[in-house]
Design a protein around this ligand. Sequence first.
Ligand SMILES: [Zn+2]
Ligand SMILES: [Zn+2]
Length: 317
Amino acid sequence: MRTEVPPTVRADTAPQPLLAGEKSATEMFLVKLFAVIPALALAAAVPLAWGWGLGWVDIGLAVFFYTLTCLGVTVGFHRHFTHGAFKATRALRIALAVTGSMAMQGPVIGWVADHRRHHAYADREGDPHSPWLFGTSARSLAKGFWHAHMGWMFQRDMTNPARFAPDLVADTDIRRVDRWFPALTAVTLLAPALAGGLLTWSWWGALTGFFWAGLVRVAVLHHVTWSVNSICHMIGDRPFTARDRSANFWPLAILSMGESWHNSHHADPTCARHGVRRGQIDVSARLIWLFGKLGWATGIHWPQPERLARRLKATTR
Ligand SMILES: [Zn+2]
Ligand SMILES: [Zn+2]
């Protein structure tokens, strides 16, 4: 089902249209190809290859590239570019845009535009990936889960970057990294192959490096990121008042590097730390803290106790 934004929604503050044309047939094909192939590879390969064709070098490389590209998305695409949770030096901005692009979740400007639209319309008409757009029956929720997790990417509508990400469109560095996306996709798949080949000095090592630290790593990160859009708008705790159905889902805190504290994030989107309560691990926030110590990140929006207290629901205080 297509979801149209009623003309009354934010019409007064919306000089730019919500959408900017449609993706071409080739773009649609590539989105499907890159979403489906890594997932199929993962499902088929893990039981088959355990103890055969999977070694410590592959695991080490997979963990390294997972961490690098996941933080590129969480610290870079999400907390810095989308929400401006901190300011970064030019070199750090470019590095974050590059490593985030290597997660194969689309070029930076489109990613940011989609995510800002998600916050502007969270769980209402206009949200590109809310699980709540179809109703609350079991059937509608199953459909909503699929839509929020992956289905939304297969729709042709493109969020209008001129309306939702004019700051990035105006930035020459970021426009350049945005254009590099196809090349960075090649790099993110071939670098693990190269490293695996060199570390084991074998073609076999290159192949298994490509497979585990390339395809499988991309697939796992895809599903973790998509789970923040699907699971974290359906299941979990909601200690903070937010205008939407966002929830904190603790089992994904480590793999998502802090992004599954999603209710806290929607309650205070520009905050650099999402795991704001005691014991809530947030690796991305730690890295931002380190960037601050190094002088690469400034103006970091840390949680403010008074602000948090105001948004905490009375029942969870
Ligand atoms: Zn959300
Ligand atoms: Zn966000």
